[in-house]
Design a protein around this ligand. Sequence first.
Ligand SMILES: Nc1ncnc2c1ncn2[C@@H]1O[C@H](COP(=O)(O)OP(=O)(O)O)[C@@H](O)[C@H]1O
Ligand SMILES: [Mg+2]
Length: 277
Amino acid sequence: MSGNFADQSAYSTSGMQGRRRGKHMRSNSEGIVTSNAQPIGDVYISDISISPTTELRLLEAREDERRQIARDLHDVTAQLLLELEFALNTINNDDGPLANRAMVSAHDVISKLQSQVRCVSYLLHPPELSRYGLERTLESLALGMSERSGIAINFRSRGYRNDIPSETQMTMLRIAQEALMNIFKHSQSDHAEFHLYCNCNWICMRIRDFGIGSRAKAAIESGKGVGLASMRERVASLGGVIYVRAMERGTAVTAFSPLSSNRAGLPRSKPQLVRVQ
Ligand SMILES: Nc1ncnc2c1ncn2[C@@H]1O[C@H](COP(=O)(O)OP(=O)(O)O)[C@@H](O)[C@H]1O
Ligand SMILES: [Mg+2]
């Protein structure tokens, strides 16, 4: 448990009401939870609802993802290259203080470019799932991303099981890549949390940052972004759900997928969310 229930973004279950620093809790739209709720990061979770989706939508989502990769490669570099060109032109045409400033700016742009290329290429080629399994792969992804981006990422895992279907593992990895890419590209956060939690019914992954989420609320919750949409498609194809929320401090992506025992027909509870006030 992250222990940050004093934070505005902390959530809990109605079953936990009153046990947490005497705070009052009520439901809102993010959540999930029933009496068997378990803490993961700053929320509590329980069983998930299953919603079918079509193979076609999944294929479309994958196509969109490819287009997005191309756009990411373009976006992260094009703007900076333009700045670099501008700085070099200034250095060419001036030999006074302007040129000195342009030189500093050129070095700054180059180091940003290096960091962006390292982060984007790393996220596109994550550690091998088949070799390390999901838990170690995600941990290594978080660590590798942290080293390359300078964003401190705290990884925690509880209840990991070795029988998670490979399709589920792949989906969780793709979601983690996109969520980390978003933190790097958009959040302006200098730290993040990455929690993985499994029980006999489901696997849950929660990745949150502490950046400009509230300012990006409209973009995040509009449902128009390709990256966020493809996360939804992927997890829905497994019968899972995903919640992406812009909070007062940062953004949280929480993805759930049922495990085989849940798919086999155990009673499922309807998702509901309760938030610590
Ligand atoms: N962690 C985040 N912090 C701040 N804003 C975010 C974050 N994640 C997503 N966003 C916002 O949501 C938008 C949609 O995200 P996404 O679907 O991944 O598209 P893309 O990353 O290609 O812009 C982003 O353009 C950005 O404005
Ligand atoms: Mg994105």
